[in-house]
Design a binder for this molecule. Structure first.
Ligand code: ADP
Length: 494
Protein backbone atom coordinates (compact mmCIF):
# COMPACT_ATOMS: atom_id res chain seq x y z
CA UNK A 1 0.00 0.00 0.00
CA UNK A 2 1.59 3.30 -1.06
CA UNK A 3 -1.26 5.74 -0.28
CA UNK A 4 -0.30 8.36 2.27
CA UNK A 5 -2.00 7.35 5.54
CA UNK A 6 -2.07 10.18 8.05
CA UNK A 7 -3.97 8.25 10.71
CA UNK A 8 -1.15 6.50 12.59
CA UNK A 9 -3.49 4.04 14.34
CA UNK A 10 -4.87 2.88 10.98
CA UNK A 11 -1.36 2.50 9.60
CA UNK A 12 -0.25 0.50 12.65
CA UNK A 13 -3.31 -1.76 12.23
CA UNK A 14 -2.29 -2.38 8.61
CA UNK A 15 1.24 -3.37 9.72
CA UNK A 16 0.13 -5.39 12.78
CA UNK A 17 1.66 -8.83 13.26
CA UNK A 18 3.91 -8.58 10.20
CA UNK A 19 7.57 -8.89 9.26
CA UNK A 20 8.82 -7.76 5.86
CA UNK A 21 10.43 -10.72 4.12
CA UNK A 22 11.17 -11.23 0.43
CA UNK A 23 9.29 -8.10 -0.58
CA UNK A 24 6.08 -8.91 1.34
CA UNK A 25 4.46 -8.20 4.68
CA UNK A 26 4.17 -11.65 6.28
CA UNK A 27 3.26 -12.97 9.76
CA UNK A 28 5.83 -14.63 12.04
CA UNK A 29 6.38 -18.32 11.24
CA UNK A 30 5.05 -19.29 14.68
CA UNK A 31 2.30 -16.65 14.50
CA UNK A 32 3.54 -15.05 17.72
CA UNK A 33 3.00 -11.37 18.50
CA UNK A 34 3.69 -8.86 21.26
CA UNK A 35 1.84 -5.69 22.28
CA UNK A 36 3.12 -2.25 21.39
CA UNK A 37 1.47 0.37 23.61
CA UNK A 38 1.37 4.14 23.36
CA UNK A 39 3.74 5.49 26.01
CA UNK A 40 1.47 8.55 26.28
CA UNK A 41 -1.81 6.82 27.08
CA UNK A 42 -1.04 3.13 27.60
CA UNK A 43 -3.51 2.23 24.81
CA UNK A 44 -2.63 -0.61 22.46
CA UNK A 45 -1.08 0.73 19.23
CA UNK A 46 -1.08 -2.72 17.59
CA UNK A 47 0.40 -6.17 18.01
CA UNK A 48 3.81 -6.64 16.37
CA UNK A 49 5.21 -9.88 14.96
CA UNK A 50 7.47 -11.66 17.47
CA UNK A 51 10.28 -13.09 15.37
CA UNK A 52 12.39 -16.11 16.21
CA UNK A 53 15.16 -18.18 14.61
CA UNK A 54 12.77 -19.58 11.98
CA UNK A 55 11.92 -16.04 10.82
CA UNK A 56 15.60 -15.13 10.80
CA UNK A 57 16.21 -18.15 8.55
CA UNK A 58 13.51 -17.06 6.11
CA UNK A 59 14.72 -13.46 5.95
CA UNK A 60 18.40 -14.35 5.59
CA UNK A 61 17.64 -16.94 2.88
CA UNK A 62 15.73 -14.30 0.93
CA UNK A 63 18.52 -11.75 1.39
CA UNK A 64 21.21 -14.25 0.36
CA UNK A 65 19.36 -15.16 -2.84
CA UNK A 66 18.66 -11.52 -3.68
CA UNK A 67 22.24 -10.47 -3.05
CA UNK A 68 23.61 -12.40 -6.04
CA UNK A 69 21.52 -10.38 -8.49
CA UNK A 70 21.73 -7.12 -6.51
CA UNK A 71 25.55 -7.15 -6.60
CA UNK A 72 25.36 -7.38 -10.42
CA UNK A 73 23.24 -4.22 -10.70
CA UNK A 74 25.68 -1.41 -11.66
CA UNK A 75 26.66 0.57 -8.57
CA UNK A 76 25.25 3.89 -9.81
CA UNK A 77 21.97 2.18 -10.66
CA UNK A 78 21.80 0.78 -7.10
CA UNK A 79 22.37 4.33 -5.90
CA UNK A 80 19.66 5.64 -8.18
CA UNK A 81 17.17 3.13 -6.72
CA UNK A 82 18.14 4.18 -3.18
CA UNK A 83 17.59 7.80 -4.31
CA UNK A 84 14.13 6.84 -5.60
CA UNK A 85 13.44 5.38 -2.12
CA UNK A 86 14.54 8.69 -0.56
CA UNK A 87 12.09 10.64 -2.73
CA UNK A 88 9.24 8.25 -1.90
CA UNK A 89 9.99 8.44 1.82
CA UNK A 90 10.16 12.23 1.56
CA UNK A 91 6.62 12.18 0.17
CA UNK A 92 5.56 10.04 3.16
CA UNK A 93 7.37 12.18 5.75
CA UNK A 94 4.25 13.34 7.55
CA UNK A 95 2.75 9.86 7.83
CA UNK A 96 6.05 8.42 9.13
CA UNK A 97 6.37 11.29 11.62
CA UNK A 98 2.89 10.62 12.99
CA UNK A 99 3.47 6.89 13.29
CA UNK A 100 6.81 7.26 15.09
CA UNK A 101 5.22 9.84 17.43
CA UNK A 102 2.44 7.39 18.29
CA UNK A 103 4.66 4.39 19.00
CA UNK A 104 7.62 6.11 20.73
CA UNK A 105 5.93 9.14 22.34
CA UNK A 106 8.33 11.56 20.64
CA UNK A 107 6.74 14.96 20.09
CA UNK A 108 5.57 15.37 16.50
CA UNK A 109 6.60 18.99 15.92
CA UNK A 110 9.94 19.11 17.73
CA UNK A 111 11.25 15.56 17.20
CA UNK A 112 9.39 13.15 14.93
CA UNK A 113 9.30 15.42 11.87
CA UNK A 114 12.96 16.24 12.32
CA UNK A 115 13.84 12.54 12.31
CA UNK A 116 11.76 11.83 9.21
CA UNK A 117 13.67 14.60 7.42
CA UNK A 118 17.08 13.20 8.33
CA UNK A 119 15.98 9.73 7.22
CA UNK A 120 15.46 10.86 3.62
CA UNK A 121 18.58 13.05 3.75
CA UNK A 122 20.77 10.07 4.68
CA UNK A 123 19.40 8.04 1.77
CA UNK A 124 19.93 10.97 -0.62
CA UNK A 125 23.52 11.31 0.56
CA UNK A 126 24.44 7.66 -0.09
CA UNK A 127 22.42 7.48 -3.32
CA UNK A 128 25.07 9.60 -5.03
CA UNK A 129 28.05 7.55 -3.86
CA UNK A 130 27.72 4.45 -6.04
CA UNK A 131 30.56 5.52 -8.34
CA UNK A 132 32.88 5.95 -5.36
CA UNK A 133 33.17 2.18 -4.83
CA UNK A 134 36.52 2.40 -6.57
CA UNK A 135 39.60 0.26 -6.33
CA UNK A 136 43.22 1.19 -6.97
CA UNK A 137 45.98 0.19 -9.30
CA UNK A 138 49.19 -0.62 -7.47
CA UNK A 139 52.72 -0.12 -8.92
CA UNK A 140 53.81 -3.55 -7.71
CA UNK A 141 55.71 -4.84 -10.72
CA UNK A 142 55.80 -3.48 -14.32
CA UNK A 143 55.08 -6.99 -15.62
CA UNK A 144 52.03 -7.45 -13.43
CA UNK A 145 48.79 -5.46 -13.58
CA UNK A 146 47.97 -5.17 -9.88
CA UNK A 147 44.71 -3.73 -8.65
CA UNK A 148 42.24 -3.75 -5.82
CA UNK A 149 38.49 -4.22 -6.13
CA UNK A 150 35.82 -3.22 -3.60
CA UNK A 151 33.28 -6.03 -3.24
CA UNK A 152 30.12 -6.26 -1.12
CA UNK A 153 30.27 -8.44 1.98
CA UNK A 154 26.98 -10.26 1.26
CA UNK A 155 24.15 -10.26 3.77
CA UNK A 156 24.33 -7.53 6.43
CA UNK A 157 22.44 -7.82 9.72
CA UNK A 158 21.42 -4.46 11.20
CA UNK A 159 20.12 -4.15 14.76
CA UNK A 160 18.59 -0.82 15.66
CA UNK A 161 17.29 0.91 18.80
CA UNK A 162 14.04 2.80 19.46
CA UNK A 163 15.15 6.40 20.06
CA UNK A 164 15.73 7.52 16.44
CA UNK A 165 15.12 4.22 14.62
CA UNK A 166 14.33 5.63 11.18
CA UNK A 167 17.41 7.81 11.01
CA UNK A 168 19.78 5.24 12.51
CA UNK A 169 18.42 2.58 10.19
CA UNK A 170 19.01 4.84 7.18
CA UNK A 171 22.66 5.31 8.15
CA UNK A 172 23.06 1.54 8.03
CA UNK A 173 20.91 0.33 5.15
CA UNK A 174 21.73 3.05 2.63
CA UNK A 175 25.51 2.43 2.49
CA UNK A 176 25.02 -1.34 2.77
CA UNK A 177 22.62 -1.40 -0.20
CA UNK A 178 24.55 1.02 -2.42
CA UNK A 179 27.68 -1.11 -1.83
CA UNK A 180 25.84 -4.18 -3.19
CA UNK A 181 24.87 -5.95 0.02
CA UNK A 182 21.41 -7.03 0.99
CA UNK A 183 20.11 -6.38 4.50
CA UNK A 184 18.07 -7.94 7.28
CA UNK A 185 17.08 -5.39 9.94
CA UNK A 186 15.94 -6.30 13.47
CA UNK A 187 13.81 -3.45 14.77
CA UNK A 188 13.56 -2.45 18.42
CA UNK A 189 10.64 -3.92 20.38
CA UNK A 190 9.42 -0.43 21.39
CA UNK A 191 9.33 0.97 17.83
CA UNK A 192 8.60 -1.64 15.16
CA UNK A 193 6.00 0.08 12.98
CA UNK A 194 7.45 3.24 11.39
CA UNK A 195 10.52 1.33 10.22
CA UNK A 196 8.29 -1.48 8.92
CA UNK A 197 6.31 1.06 6.92
CA UNK A 198 9.60 2.27 5.43
CA UNK A 199 10.28 -1.33 4.28
CA UNK A 200 6.86 -1.60 2.71
CA UNK A 201 7.44 1.63 0.78
CA UNK A 202 11.00 0.78 -0.25
CA UNK A 203 9.76 -2.65 -1.32
CA UNK A 204 7.89 -0.99 -4.18
CA UNK A 205 11.25 0.12 -5.58
CA UNK A 206 13.90 -2.40 -4.51
CA UNK A 207 13.92 -6.06 -5.64
CA UNK A 208 12.36 -8.60 -3.21
CA UNK A 209 14.86 -9.73 -0.60
CA UNK A 210 17.19 -6.73 -0.93
CA UNK A 211 15.81 -5.32 2.28
CA UNK A 212 14.03 -7.40 4.94
CA UNK A 213 12.84 -6.57 8.42
CA UNK A 214 12.03 -8.61 11.51
CA UNK A 215 10.50 -7.40 14.74
CA UNK A 216 10.92 -9.23 18.02
CA UNK A 217 12.87 -9.49 21.23
CA UNK A 218 16.65 -9.16 21.34
CA UNK A 219 17.61 -12.64 22.57
CA UNK A 220 14.94 -14.49 20.49
CA UNK A 221 15.28 -12.58 17.22
CA UNK A 222 18.40 -10.36 17.35
CA UNK A 223 20.82 -13.01 18.63
CA UNK A 224 19.94 -15.63 15.95
CA UNK A 225 20.43 -12.93 13.31
CA UNK A 226 23.96 -12.22 14.58
CA UNK A 227 24.73 -15.96 14.77
CA UNK A 228 23.24 -16.92 11.41
CA UNK A 229 25.95 -18.55 9.27
CA UNK A 230 24.96 -16.58 6.16
CA UNK A 231 25.16 -13.15 7.81
CA UNK A 232 28.59 -11.69 7.03
CA UNK A 233 28.49 -8.41 8.91
CA UNK A 234 26.62 -6.89 11.85
CA UNK A 235 26.00 -3.22 12.34
CA UNK A 236 24.48 -2.41 15.73
CA UNK A 237 23.27 0.65 17.61
CA UNK A 238 22.17 0.23 21.21
CA UNK A 239 23.43 -0.09 24.76
CA UNK A 240 26.98 -0.97 25.80
CA UNK A 241 25.81 -4.20 27.51
CA UNK A 242 23.97 -5.48 24.43
CA UNK A 243 26.80 -4.30 22.19
CA UNK A 244 29.17 -6.55 24.12
CA UNK A 245 26.80 -9.54 23.76
CA UNK A 246 26.47 -8.92 20.02
CA UNK A 247 30.21 -8.49 19.66
CA UNK A 248 30.88 -11.82 21.42
CA UNK A 249 28.36 -13.67 19.24
CA UNK A 250 29.93 -12.16 16.13
CA UNK A 251 33.41 -13.11 17.36
CA UNK A 252 32.37 -16.78 17.36
CA UNK A 253 31.88 -16.46 13.60
CA UNK A 254 34.79 -14.03 13.12
CA UNK A 255 32.64 -11.51 11.28
CA UNK A 256 33.13 -7.74 11.43
CA UNK A 257 30.94 -5.64 13.71
CA UNK A 258 30.25 -1.92 13.82
CA UNK A 259 28.99 -0.71 17.20
CA UNK A 260 27.42 2.64 18.02
CA UNK A 261 26.87 2.54 21.76
CA UNK A 262 26.18 4.87 24.64
CA UNK A 263 27.47 8.23 25.69
CA UNK A 264 27.76 10.66 28.58
CA UNK A 265 28.57 13.71 26.54
CA UNK A 266 30.17 16.68 28.28
CA UNK A 267 29.37 20.32 27.53
CA UNK A 268 32.03 22.80 28.67
CA UNK A 269 30.76 26.33 29.23
CA UNK A 270 33.38 29.05 29.71
CA UNK A 271 32.79 32.38 31.47
CA UNK A 272 33.24 34.25 28.17
CA UNK A 273 30.47 32.35 26.32
CA UNK A 274 27.45 33.99 24.69
CA UNK A 275 24.98 32.98 27.43
CA UNK A 276 21.75 33.07 25.39
CA UNK A 277 23.26 31.00 22.61
CA UNK A 278 24.80 28.58 25.11
CA UNK A 279 21.52 28.01 26.93
CA UNK A 280 19.75 27.37 23.61
CA UNK A 281 22.59 24.95 22.80
CA UNK A 282 22.13 23.21 26.15
CA UNK A 283 18.42 22.69 25.41
CA UNK A 284 19.18 21.30 21.96
CA UNK A 285 22.18 19.29 23.14
CA UNK A 286 20.39 17.70 26.07
CA UNK A 287 17.54 16.76 23.70
CA UNK A 288 14.98 17.86 26.30
CA UNK A 289 12.31 17.70 23.58
CA UNK A 290 13.09 13.96 23.29
CA UNK A 291 13.12 13.46 27.05
CA UNK A 292 16.91 13.24 26.83
CA UNK A 293 16.70 9.90 25.04
CA UNK A 294 19.83 10.35 22.97
CA UNK A 295 23.28 8.80 23.16
CA UNK A 296 24.80 12.25 22.46
CA UNK A 297 22.70 14.05 25.13
CA UNK A 298 24.73 16.76 26.91
CA UNK A 299 24.13 15.12 30.25
CA UNK A 300 27.21 16.56 31.98
CA UNK A 301 27.35 20.35 31.82
CA UNK A 302 30.65 21.70 33.19
CA UNK A 303 30.08 25.41 33.76
CA UNK A 304 32.77 27.92 34.82
CA UNK A 305 32.18 29.55 38.21
CA UNK A 306 31.64 33.10 36.88
CA UNK A 307 28.63 32.12 34.75
CA UNK A 308 27.39 29.05 36.65
CA UNK A 309 24.47 30.56 38.57
CA UNK A 310 23.22 32.65 35.64
CA UNK A 311 23.46 29.59 33.36
CA UNK A 312 21.45 27.37 35.73
CA UNK A 313 18.75 30.04 36.21
CA UNK A 314 18.45 30.71 32.46
CA UNK A 315 18.40 27.00 31.59
CA UNK A 316 15.73 26.27 34.18
CA UNK A 317 13.59 29.18 32.94
CA UNK A 318 13.79 27.91 29.36
CA UNK A 319 12.92 24.30 30.24
CA UNK A 320 10.11 25.57 32.48
CA UNK A 321 8.62 27.28 29.45
CA UNK A 322 8.51 24.01 27.47
CA UNK A 323 5.23 22.15 27.32
CA UNK A 324 4.99 18.42 28.06
CA UNK A 325 1.96 16.85 26.45
CA UNK A 326 0.37 14.59 23.88
CA UNK A 327 3.11 13.67 21.36
CA UNK A 328 0.70 14.18 18.45
CA UNK A 329 -0.42 17.63 19.60
CA UNK A 330 1.24 20.42 17.57
CA UNK A 331 1.67 22.59 20.67
CA UNK A 332 3.65 19.93 22.57
CA UNK A 333 7.38 20.56 22.99
CA UNK A 334 8.26 17.47 25.04
CA UNK A 335 6.71 14.03 24.52
CA UNK A 336 7.09 10.97 26.70
CA UNK A 337 9.70 8.49 27.81
CA UNK A 338 9.43 5.42 25.59
CA UNK A 339 8.58 2.60 28.00
CA UNK A 340 7.87 1.64 31.57
CA UNK A 341 11.37 0.17 31.93
CA UNK A 342 13.01 3.45 30.91
CA UNK A 343 10.56 5.42 33.04
CA UNK A 344 11.48 3.43 36.18
CA UNK A 345 15.17 3.70 35.34
CA UNK A 346 14.99 7.49 35.03
CA UNK A 347 13.06 7.89 38.29
CA UNK A 348 15.62 5.68 40.02
CA UNK A 349 18.50 7.87 38.82
CA UNK A 350 16.70 10.98 40.11
CA UNK A 351 16.40 9.29 43.51
CA UNK A 352 20.10 8.37 43.41
CA UNK A 353 21.05 11.99 42.66
CA UNK A 354 19.00 13.26 45.59
CA UNK A 355 20.50 10.61 47.88
CA UNK A 356 23.98 11.74 46.73
CA UNK A 357 23.21 15.24 48.02
CA UNK A 358 22.32 16.88 44.70
CA UNK A 359 19.63 19.52 44.27
CA UNK A 360 17.04 18.28 41.76
CA UNK A 361 15.69 21.37 39.98
CA UNK A 362 12.50 20.02 38.41
CA UNK A 363 11.29 21.90 35.35
CA UNK A 364 8.18 22.23 33.19
CA UNK A 365 4.89 20.77 34.42
CA UNK A 366 3.07 17.45 34.16
CA UNK A 367 0.42 17.43 31.41
CA UNK A 368 -3.04 18.34 32.66
CA UNK A 369 -4.97 16.13 30.21
CA UNK A 370 -6.52 13.16 32.11
CA UNK A 371 -6.06 10.77 29.20
CA UNK A 372 -2.26 11.24 29.59
CA UNK A 373 -2.34 10.20 33.26
CA UNK A 374 -0.89 6.72 32.54
CA UNK A 375 1.78 8.25 30.26
CA UNK A 376 5.50 7.99 30.97
CA UNK A 377 6.03 11.66 31.79
CA UNK A 378 8.82 12.79 34.08
CA UNK A 379 9.52 16.46 34.76
CA UNK A 380 12.99 17.26 33.37
CA UNK A 381 15.60 17.61 36.10
CA UNK A 382 18.67 19.85 36.21
CA UNK A 383 20.89 18.62 39.04
CA UNK A 384 23.32 20.91 40.80
CA UNK A 385 25.69 20.20 43.67
CA UNK A 386 26.38 16.55 42.84
CA UNK A 387 29.72 14.95 43.75
CA UNK A 388 31.81 13.78 40.75
CA UNK A 389 31.41 10.20 41.97
CA UNK A 390 27.60 10.24 41.65
CA UNK A 391 26.17 7.66 39.27
CA UNK A 392 24.08 10.49 37.80
CA UNK A 393 27.35 11.98 36.49
CA UNK A 394 29.07 8.72 35.60
CA UNK A 395 26.35 6.56 34.00
CA UNK A 396 24.19 6.96 30.93
CA UNK A 397 20.62 7.70 32.05
CA UNK A 398 18.91 8.14 28.66
CA UNK A 399 16.34 10.42 30.20
CA UNK A 400 15.63 14.12 30.87
CA UNK A 401 18.21 14.41 33.63
CA UNK A 402 21.31 16.54 33.35
CA UNK A 403 23.93 17.56 35.89
CA UNK A 404 25.48 21.03 36.01
CA UNK A 405 28.94 20.93 37.57
CA UNK A 406 30.84 24.07 38.59
CA UNK A 407 34.54 24.40 37.67
CA UNK A 408 37.24 27.04 37.96
CA UNK A 409 40.01 26.32 35.43
CA UNK A 410 39.82 25.01 31.88
CA UNK A 411 42.28 22.19 32.68
CA UNK A 412 39.99 21.09 35.50
CA UNK A 413 37.03 20.96 33.09
CA UNK A 414 38.92 18.95 30.46
CA UNK A 415 40.13 16.45 33.06
CA UNK A 416 36.60 16.01 34.44
CA UNK A 417 35.08 15.70 30.94
CA UNK A 418 37.58 12.99 30.00
CA UNK A 419 37.08 11.12 33.27
CA UNK A 420 34.41 8.87 31.76
CA UNK A 421 34.20 5.43 30.21
CA UNK A 422 32.38 7.06 27.27
CA UNK A 423 33.64 9.20 24.39
CA UNK A 424 30.88 9.92 21.90
CA UNK A 425 30.33 13.68 21.63
CA UNK A 426 31.35 16.90 23.38
CA UNK A 427 30.78 20.63 23.02
CA UNK A 428 32.69 23.75 24.11
CA UNK A 429 31.13 27.18 24.50
CA UNK A 430 33.55 30.10 24.39
CA UNK A 431 34.45 33.17 22.34
CA UNK A 432 38.16 32.41 22.63
CA UNK A 433 39.53 30.58 19.60
CA UNK A 434 42.58 29.21 21.42
CA UNK A 435 40.43 27.67 24.18
CA UNK A 436 38.08 26.20 21.57
CA UNK A 437 40.85 24.58 19.54
CA UNK A 438 42.75 23.41 22.60
CA UNK A 439 39.58 21.77 23.93
CA UNK A 440 38.73 20.19 20.58
CA UNK A 441 42.17 18.59 20.53
CA UNK A 442 42.17 17.40 24.15
CA UNK A 443 38.60 16.11 24.53
CA UNK A 444 38.30 12.33 24.17
CA UNK A 445 35.26 12.11 21.89
CA UNK A 446 34.40 11.18 18.32
CA UNK A 447 32.49 14.40 17.61
CA UNK A 448 33.40 17.79 19.12
CA UNK A 449 31.43 20.96 18.35
CA UNK A 450 32.18 24.54 19.34
CA UNK A 451 29.33 26.98 19.98
CA UNK A 452 26.71 24.72 18.44
CA UNK A 453 25.05 21.37 19.00
CA UNK A 454 23.93 19.77 15.76
CA UNK A 455 22.61 16.24 15.49
CA UNK A 456 24.21 13.61 13.20
CA UNK A 457 24.81 14.99 9.71
CA UNK A 458 25.21 12.79 6.62
CA UNK A 459 28.76 13.33 5.36
CA UNK A 460 30.25 13.99 8.82
CA UNK A 461 31.90 11.04 10.52
CA UNK A 462 29.85 9.91 13.50
CA UNK A 463 30.81 7.44 16.22
CA UNK A 464 32.62 7.19 19.50
CA UNK A 465 35.84 6.23 21.20
CA UNK A 466 36.27 4.21 24.43
CA UNK A 467 33.03 2.38 25.41
CA UNK A 468 30.98 4.49 22.99
CA UNK A 469 31.66 2.19 20.10
CA UNK A 470 33.74 0.71 17.34
CA UNK A 471 33.73 2.20 13.86
CA UNK A 472 32.27 5.41 12.47
CA UNK A 473 29.11 5.96 10.43
CA UNK A 474 27.54 8.48 8.04
CA UNK A 475 30.37 9.01 5.51
CA UNK A 476 31.73 7.61 2.25
CA UNK A 477 34.59 6.05 4.23
CA UNK A 478 32.03 4.32 6.46
CA UNK A 479 30.46 2.71 3.38
CA UNK A 480 33.84 1.54 2.08
CA UNK A 481 35.20 0.34 5.43
CA UNK A 482 32.10 -1.29 6.88
CA UNK A 483 30.18 -2.62 3.90
CA UNK A 484 32.84 -3.77 1.40
CA UNK A 485 35.88 -5.98 1.39
CA UNK A 486 39.00 -5.19 -0.59
CA UNK A 487 40.27 -7.82 -3.00
CA UNK A 488 43.75 -7.69 -4.53
CA UNK A 489 44.03 -8.96 -8.11
CA UNK A 490 47.34 -9.53 -9.91
CA UNK A 491 47.47 -10.29 -13.63
CA UNK A 492 50.87 -11.55 -14.76
CA UNK A 493 51.53 -9.95 -18.15
CA UNK A 494 54.99 -11.41 -18.71
P1 ADP B 1 17.91 -0.50 25.14
O1 ADP B 1 18.34 -1.01 26.49
O2 ADP B 1 18.07 0.95 25.00
O3 ADP B 1 16.58 -1.00 24.65
P2 ADP B 1 19.41 -2.45 23.71
O4 ADP B 1 20.86 -2.38 23.44
O5 ADP B 1 18.95 -3.51 24.63
O6 ADP B 1 18.99 -1.01 24.13
O7 ADP B 1 18.60 -2.61 22.35
C1 ADP B 1 19.07 -2.24 21.09
C2 ADP B 1 18.68 -3.31 20.10
O8 ADP B 1 19.37 -4.51 20.42
C3 ADP B 1 17.19 -3.66 20.09
O9 ADP B 1 16.78 -3.89 18.75
C4 ADP B 1 17.17 -4.94 20.90
O10 ADP B 1 16.08 -5.78 20.60
C5 ADP B 1 18.46 -5.59 20.46
N1 ADP B 1 18.95 -6.64 21.37
C6 ADP B 1 18.74 -6.73 22.70
N2 ADP B 1 19.33 -7.85 23.20
C7 ADP B 1 19.92 -8.47 22.16
C8 ADP B 1 20.70 -9.68 22.01
N3 ADP B 1 20.98 -10.47 23.05
N4 ADP B 1 21.15 -10.00 20.78
C9 ADP B 1 20.90 -9.20 19.72
N5 ADP B 1 20.17 -8.07 19.79
C10 ADP B 1 19.68 -7.70 20.98
Amino acid sequence: MTDIVLDPAALAAHLAGKHFIDGKLVPAAAGATFDVRSPATGALVAKAAAGDAADVDRAVASAATAQIAWAKVPARQRGKLVGDCARLLDAHKEELSRLIALETGKALRTESRVEAGVLADALHFYAGLGSELKGETVPFNPDMLTMTIREPIGVVGAIIPWNVPMMLMALKIAPALVAGNTVVVKSAEEAPFAVLRICELMGTILPPGAFNMLSGMGPECGAPLVSHPKVGKITFTGSVETGKIVSKLAADKLIPVTLELGGKSPMIVMDDCDLDRTVAGAIAGMRFTRMGQSCTASSRMYVQAGVHDRFVAALKAKVDAMKMGDPLDETTDIGTIVSQGQFEKVKNYIAIGIADGGTANECSAMPADAKLKPGYYVRPVIFTGLPASSRVIREEIFGPVTAVIRFNTFDEAIAAANDSEYGLAATIWTKDLKTALDGARRLQAGFVQVNQNLVVQPGLSYGGVKSSGLGKEATLEAMLEHFTTKKTVIVNLA
